[in-house]
Design a protein around this ligand. Structure first.
Ligand SMILES: Nc1ncnc2c1ncn2[C@@H]1O[C@H](COP(=O)(O)OP(=O)(O)OP(=O)(O)O)[C@@H](O)[C@H]1O
Ligand SMILES: O=P(O)(O)OC[C@H]1O[C@](O)(CO)[C@@H](O)[C@@H]1O
Ligand SMILES: [Mg+2]
Length: 474
């Protein structure tokens, strides 16, 4: 079965590989209680055509046969009849890289339990502390007992890090330890690292499956519907927004300002704003804005205070960096992974707003700045993220056991799929400000767009949506 992502793109069939074309025909070893259930999943009809209508318009025909209409097709995730690895030859490892994200422990737990319970494998190692852990740290033995209740905890029991990706040393370590399945959990940077490991494994001719599981609260990974942890993060952000609203409402000309994570992509700020309904203005990196003059932020704040007596602003950490650079010395510092270190836009904009209103004794305001920073990501996944993490982990295990390699698992148009690394790493997912979601946010907050049509057209040229949908669909 194949999953059709976009019917207008040229056909590009799966380019990731199976380790060996003549796979052994071995059914997964299943516990007796799950056998029946697994059989029904194992042998679905080969062709599932779904044609649903919405207002008379067909809006989803996402699961199609490989000879179906033109489009990008990804192989559908799930258990396979042919399994490449014998249970006792599996030697798997799991690594978590990049920033923390709710649900990391759930994915670790479900990979371990999936390998043990669905396939009878019993050699799973945890790599300590991200990519560098392959060559500079000890490993942790993972069993269902060890991981039993880790999903209730935030963070990652394996530890994580930025930087330290030395492809050659990592693959040496994989080779030396006799590892034949590598599960790599991380964001856009991590997936690039996974792609490099996959290339090196291929170059050395090793029979090792490399599977990526996309994580990030930023939701900046392309192709997939969303990354795990994102829902939990913007849900947790509601607490900060609520506090900002209460503070702002209780003061004369009160302004509550909340800074949320989101380096290059403003999804957390956008969804937290849409979820809250208390936010009057949301500022994200993708949408340029200005402070002074007609149509600027200060004018909008003045209007809101006059009309409502208070207001709430949500700003993504990557927003307005160009404005800060104009007034402060430019900053080219990077973290260990090469990500640009940002200036604190929250503190900067708070000061600018205060200065503006203090100038000529305009209006006396009370501004409260709330920066929940790591609080939105250092928590366990919520119920919906935990389900998502479980399904992603199971997909990864089924894919590796079937002998696929060089893929990331992900939900595409609501279907679980295997996506070749090169598709995931070619760009970053960003809010498209000429698309429907941003327009919906603008209608919800009633804030100005802060951009003239010319700028919007130029931004649009750089920000092409990652998928296309039937009109009226998304
Ligand atoms: N282009 C690349 N090639 C190889 N490795 C990379 C590349 N970019 C990043 N990495 C490695 O991937 C790991 C994680 O990268 P990074 O710190 O950017 O986090 P991330 O995976 O993008 O997650 P998040 O952004 O959600 O925190 C690091 O160890 C880094 O060295
Ligand atoms: O852990 P660090 O390096 O402070 O990372 C902060 C960054 O990590 C993220 O949470 C995920 O990439 C970003 O939103 C944020 O900019
Ligand atoms: Mg990243």
């Amino acid at each position: 079965m194949y999953l059709k992502m976009c019917h207008t793109y040229p056909i590009t069939f799966m380019i990731f590989q199976r380790i060996q074309t003549h796979c052994k025909i071995i059914l997964p070893i299943l516990s007796s209680s799950s056998t029946l259930l697994m059989r029904t999943i194992l042998f679905p009809k080969m062709l599932v055509l779904q044609s649903t209508t919405k207002n008379g318009i067909p809006f989803f025909t996402v699961v199609v046969h490989k000879d179906g209409p033109r489009g990008i097709h990804f192989r559908r995730a799930g258990p396979r009849q042919r399994v490449y690895f014998e249970s006792d030859e599996v030697h798997a490892c799991i690594v978590t890289c990049g920033g923390l994200c709710p649900g990391l422990n759930t994915v670790i737990r479900e990979i371990v339990c999936g390998l043990y319970h669905m396939y009878g494998a019993n050699k799973v190692l945890g790599i300590d502390g991200g990519y560098r852990g392959f060559y500079s740290k000890n490993t942790i033995t993972l069993t269902p007992k060890v991981v039993n209740d880790i999903h209730k905890r935030g963070g990652t029991v394996l530890g994580t890090s930025r930087g330290g990706h030395d492809t050659s040393k990592i693959v040496d370590s994989i080779q030396d330890r006799g590892i034949n399945q590598v599960y790599i959990i991380g964001g856009d940077g991590t997936q690039k690292g996974a792609a490099a490991i996959y290339e090196e494994i291929k170059r050395r001719g090793l029979k090792v499956a490399i599977a990526g599981i996309p994580k990030t609260i930023d939701n900046d990974i392309p192709i997939i519907d969303k990354s795990f942890g994102f829902d939990t993060a913007y849900e947790e952000a509601q607490r900060a927004i609520n506090a900002a609203h209460v503070e702002a409402e209780s003061a004369e000309n009160g302004i509550g300002l909340v800074k949320l994570m989101g380096r290059d992509s403003g999804f957390i700020a956008m969804y937290a704003t849409l979820a809250s309904r208390d936010v009057d203005c949301c500022l994200i990196p993708e949408s340029p804005f200005y402070l002074e003059g007609k149509g600027g932020l200060f004018e909008f704040i003045e209007k809101q205070l006059k009309e409502n007596g208070h207001m709430v602003i949500v700003i993504a950490e990557g927003a307005g960096q160009d404005l800060i650079s104009e007034s402060l010395q430019s900053n080219d510092q990077q973290d260990a992974s090469g990500n640009k270190l940002l200036k604190d836009v929250g503190l900067w904009i708070s000061q600018r707003i205060k200065d503006h209103f203090a100038k000529e004794n305009k209006t006396s305001i009370t501004l409260k700045y709330i920066d929940p920073t790591y609080m939105i990501r250092a928590i366990p996944g919520n119920a919906s993220d935990n389900v998502y993490c479980t399904l992603l982990a199971q997909s990864a295990v089924h894919g590796a056991m079937a002998g696929y390699t060089g893929f990331t698992v992900g939900l595409v148009n609501t279907r679980h799929t295997y996506i070749p690394f090169n598709r995931i790493t070619e760009k970053q997912n960003k809010v498209v400000i000429t698309d429907r979601m941003w327009a919906r946010l603008l209608s919800s907050t009633n804030q100005p767009s802060f951009t003239n049509p010319k700028v919007a057209t130029e931004v649009d040229k750089e920000q092409k949506p990652t998928a296309q949908f039937w009109d009226g669909d998304n």
